[in-house]
Design a protein around this ligand. Structure first.
Ligand code: ZN
Length: 239
């Protein structure tokens, strides 16, 4: 497909403002002209059309990824791909999805750093471990297709990655746990973190529940314990 146009932009940009869409389309097409892949073009689109991150964008990107991942489950159960192909394609999709989520969450706040890539890769390796047992569960027939679809969909919502790149880089280290990490609803609680720094260099982290979503007990407990306070020394020692 492509090159993209204002009336036919990359799907992620469909509901964006005209100005933002224009930035996206020109960056994406520039990548295609240099023989970049569609994926690389979409990364360029998101990067060039950065705005302050919105919850809506998280939803749009995650829903699209969840559908792609569920499509892989269907392809596997239909016998179109074997378990190795399933695992490989699933990994590829997660890799690009996490990159998209990082870029969208960073928005205009700052550029990507090598540390960000390390963080993303650590998260991905963890997901790939879970994926191994997922593949085992479906290939041994221990799981119904319906349950596999549900489980694949959860991978599409990397809440912790979204939150991590919306706050200063040391918050993940200080907190040890981010929204989505231990959520019983697989991150569907949609919690966010708000950060306040005091004059001495200490930090307050507020765990905020989404006003509309249903909340699991774990997320509610985190919110009740908040704000979390970190001393200036702890903040200085964090990475
Ligand atoms: Zn939760």
């Amino acid at each position: 497909m492509s090159p993209w146009t204002m009336t036919n932009p990359p799907s992620v940009a469909k509901n964006w403002s005209e100005d933002r869409k224009r930035k996206c389309v020109s960056a994406a097409n520039a990548v295609l002209r240099e023989s970049g892949s569609d994926r690389e073009a979409i990364f360029a689109c998101i990067h060039n059309a950065r705005v302050k991150q919105t919850e809506e964008e998280y939803e749009t990107l995650s829903e699209a990824a969840a559908q792609t991942l569920q499509g892989l489950v269907e392809a596997y159960y239909d016998g179109e791909i074997d378990e190795d192909e399933f695992e490989e394609k699933f990994q590829d999709e997660l890799r690009s999805h996490y990159t998209l989520i990082m870029l969208a969450s960073l928005g205009k706040s700052r550029e990507v750093t090598p540390e960000d890539i390390v963080w993303i890769n650590e998260r991905l390796n963890q997901q790939f471990d879970y994926l191994k047992s997922f593949v085992e569960d479906i290939s041994t027939g221990r799981m119904t297709q319906q349950r596999a679809l549900w489980r694949a969909g959860l991978y599409g919502y990397p809440r912790a990655a979204w939150v991590n790149f919306s706050v200063p880089p040391n918050v993940a280290d200080l907190m040890g746990v981010l929204p989505g990490d231990d959520c019983l609803g697989g991150g569907q609680c949609k919690c966010v973190l708000n950060i306040e720094q005091d004059d001495e260099g200490g930090m307050y982290v507020y765990w905020i529940l989404d006003p509309i979503a249903d909340h699991c007990a774990v997320c509610v407990a985190h919110a009740l314990e908040s704000p979390y306070y970190f001393t200036p020394e702890e903040v200085a020692d964090s990475v």
